[in-house]
Each structure stands twice: as structure tokens, then as C-alpha cells.
Design a protein around this ligand. Structure first.
Ligand code: PLP
Length: 399
């Protein structure tokens, strides 16, 4: 038996592969600092844990509606209205097994051979693979550190063709942390208004993780004329430290929500009933703990940005949100390690950091923009300081 052509078009997730590698090294007793994982190091808030335990004890352990309980859909409606000024009816809400599943359902339900999906680069690793799995063609727009990792309207206009089906807009971004202001979204929206065939997938997973008074905005809110053709995607994983619970959701056009439910009904069925009950508590509960967590993240961001910028040949922009930085290091390419290996790519650089500095990050090529790396700072300041010192020492040893 052979695997299918659709499967052969995709690769395993580079970020998950790095996490597996770090775990293997740790199991061998190697003192490696993992900065590769894309999840908060905080625990799920206690009030959410309690809601899950109550759900188990209360018998919420059976199948639910395929794409989410009414209680959770109501909590999501209230969240979209409260946080984003977006009104969705109950038949405009879909609940899925994590945000990745939300995106997968939407893309696989709508994209086929000949369709183009515009993906700004650097991008979250899964977008191109899901598009390719569906049979579509990813079209990349490069947005480097010089433009703060954000696309500009002229670039978007130039990338759109009659075959463009979707634009995926992720803000704040994984892997760069860059976030679009309301004005920047409005300017992109003006381009999209001229191209009615293009739908917009707003991936707002990091909405609640923003710093220095940055005001999060999402495109359907800023450009009401695009509401009908925007799928606004969000989830519980990052804001509520619920990566393992697997709850993602979206608001959008009723026909699309129905199509996603059809696909889900023949694959996963409903997301875990207990996780759904926990998500109701997370979304309806007191949100004030978010500010304290952001304060901790902001301190870590500032530490990492300043230590990486001390390295000759490396430039690390200071992002508006998420818990990643994306330093570029074109100034170090072509140098040689103490063992005599020439560093020509960011993948070789990440290999050098792992072997010699015992620090794990993910190479920029996995996110479509090189030479660079993604560092996740969702770990303690103590470990971050140690990791950045090791990277500084390793870079200083290059000749
Ligand atoms: C930008 C972005 N979108 C979606 C997801 C998917 O999140 P989940 O863990 O809920 O599937 C992630 C997770 O890393 C992400 O970074």
C-alpha cells in the first residue's frame, strides 16, 4: 500500500519535530534549553480546571452537537461581541478540536485544485501544508524585518489574481509576534474591497497577548464591508493556557459554518465535551488574570530582544504581541564554527546552537523567511537569560 498524493504534498510540522528532538535530548540527560515550543508555560486557570471537574461529575461526558454545545456557542457569541464588536448568530459559530482544526476544516471545505491562498511570510508552519493538502496553491508575500514583518497594501494588491480564494491574516503573528493596527488592517481592507472573490481568514489566536497598550483589532470589525466574507478564527489554547484541551472556534458565514460541520461530522465529531464545558468557563469567567500574564510575558520579551540585539550580525525587532521573537541574522551567514563547519543556512545555524550551545529554536526556513529563527519566550526569565547568554557565546565563537 502507498500513501495518497494529498498526503505526499505535506510535511510533518517543523515546530513539533523540534519539540520531539528536545524531549529526546532531555531524556538522554542533556542540559538543553527548549525555546521551540509554541505554548504558554502557565497552568490552565484554576476556575477553568474546576469547571472541567464539575462537568465530569455532572455527567457532561456524552456526545454533543457536532460543532459545539449551545452553551459554548453562546459564550463564543458573547466573546466576539464583547472583545471584537462582532455580532454572530448561533448558526455562524463553529467549535472545533483546536484552532488548527478550525483552519483545516475551513480550508479543506473550500479549497481545491486551481485555487490560490495568499499567505504572508513569515507564516505559521501549518498554513501552506493545509492549503496543499486541500489541493490549492499557497502564494507567499514576503514581509521582512525591514517592514516589521507586516505586508503592505501594494504587495497584497499585486498578489491577488482571479484565482485567489483566501487571504490568511494572522495577527499577532506566530512566528514574529508582529500585529496589525486598526489603521493597517483598514488599508489592507481597502484593497480587498476591490476584489470580491477573495475571502479573509483572520487568525486571531494571540488576540489577548499584546503589550505596551497595543490595541488589538480584527479585520471584520475594522472593515464591516468585509464581514460577510471573513472567517474570524480564535481559540482557548494561548490566552487560557489550554493547548492540551483542544478547543478552537470561528465566526463566519452560515453556509461555511455548515460546510465545516459536515466535514467534522465525518472525521472527529464533537470536540471533547469536558473541554467544551471548560471553555465556557474560560470565556465567561473573569478575564483580569490576562493582564498579569501579559506583564510577565512583556518582561521576558524585553529581556530576549535586548540580549539578542547585543549580538553582532543579529537584528531582533521588538514585537507587539504573542510570545515569539524572530531575529534575523544575515550578518552571521558565511561564518565558520570553531569545529570548522561553514554556516550557510539558518537550519545549519539552529543545528550549531543545538549541538554547541544546547539551545533549541526553530529555523526561519520553516516559516518561509530566512536567515532567521523563531524563539518562543514562554519560559522563565532565568532560563531565557541563560539561553541568550549561550547564544551570545556561540555567535561570538564564529569566525
Ligand atoms: C497562529 C496560530 N494559529 C493557530 C494555532 C492552532 O492552535 P491550536 O493549538 O488551538 O490548534 C496556532 C498554534 O500554535 C497558532 O500559532
Amino acid at each position: 500500500m502507498k500513501t495518497t498524493a494529498a498526503l505526499d504534498r505535506i510535511s510533518p510540522s517543523a515546530t513539533l519535530a523540534m519539540t520531539t528532538r528536545v524531549n529526546e535530548l532531555k531524556a538522554q540527560g542533556v542540559d538543553v534549553i527548549g525555546l521551540g515550543a509554541g505554548e504558554p508555560d502557565f497552568d490552565t486557570p484554576e476556575y477553568v480546571q474546576e469547571a472541567a471537574i464539575a462537568a465530569i461529575r455532572g455527567g457532561q461526558t456524552r456526545y454533543t452537537n457536532v460543532d459545539g454545545t449551545n452553551a459554548l456557542k453562546e459564550a463564543i457569541r458573547a466573546k466576539f461581541s464583547r472583545d471584537n464588536g462582532l455580532d454572530y448568530a448561533i448558526n455562524q459559530i463553529s467549535v472545533n478540536v483546536g484552532g488548527k482544526h478550525t483552519l483545516f476544516n475551513a480550508l479543506v471545505a473550500t479549497v481545491q485544485a486551481g485555487d490560490e491562498v495568499i499567505i504572508p511570510a513569515p507564516y505559521w508552519v501549518s498554513y501552506p501544508d493545509i492549503v496543499q493538502f486541500a489541493g490549492g496553491t499557497p502564494v507567499f508575500i514576503a514581509a521582512g524585518a525591514d517592514q516589521h514583518y507586516k505586508i503592505i497594501p501594494a504587495q497584497l494588491d499585486a498578489a491577488i489574481t482571479p484565482n485567489t480564494k483566501w487571504l490568511i491574516l494572522n495577527s499577532p503573528s506566530n512566528p514574529t509576534g508582529a500585529a496589525y493596527s486598526a489603521a493597517e488592517l483598514k488599508a489592507l481592507g481597502e484593497v480587498l474591497e476591490r476584489h470580491p472573490q477573495v475571502w479573509i481568514m483572520a487568525d486571531d489566536m494571540y488576540e489577548h497577548i499584546v503589550y505596551d497598550g497595543f490595541e488589538f483589532a480584527t479585520i471584520a470589525q475594522v472593515c464591516p464591508s468585509l464581514y460577510e466574507r471573513t472567517l474570524t478564527v480564535n481559540g482557548c489554547s494561548k490566552a487560557y493556557s489550554m493547548t492540551g484541551w483542544r478547543i478552537g472556534f470561528a465566526g463566519g458565514a452560515p453556509w461555511l459554518i455548515k460546510a465545516m460541520a459536515k466535514l467534522q461530522s465525518q472525521s472527529t465529531s464533537n470536540p471533547c465535551s469536558i473541554a467544551q464545558a471548560a471553555a465556557v468557563a474560560a470565556l465567561n469567567g473573569d478575564q483580569s488574570f490576562l493582564a498579569g500574564r501579559n506583564e510577565a510575558f512583556r518582561g521576558r520579551r524585553d529581556l530576549v530582544v535586548s540580549m539578542l540585539n547585543q549580538i553582532n550580525g543579529m537584528t531582533c525587532p521588538r514585537p507587539e504581541g504573542a510570545f515569539y521573537v524572530y531575529p534575523e541574522f544575515s550578518g552571521l551567514i558565511g561564518k565558520t564554527t570553531p569545529k570548522g563547519q561553514r554556516i550557510d543556512t539558518d537550519e545549519q545555524m539552529i543545528g550549531y546552537f543545538l549541538d554547541e550551545a544546547k539551545v533549541a529554536a526553530v529555523h526561519g526556513a520553516a516559516f518561509g523567511l530566512s536567515p532567521a529563527m523563531r524563539i518562543s519566550y514562554a519560559t522563565s526569565e532565568e532560563l531565557l537569560r541563560e539561553a541568550c547568554e549561550r547564544i551570545q557565546t556561540a555567535c561570538a565563537a564564529l569566525r
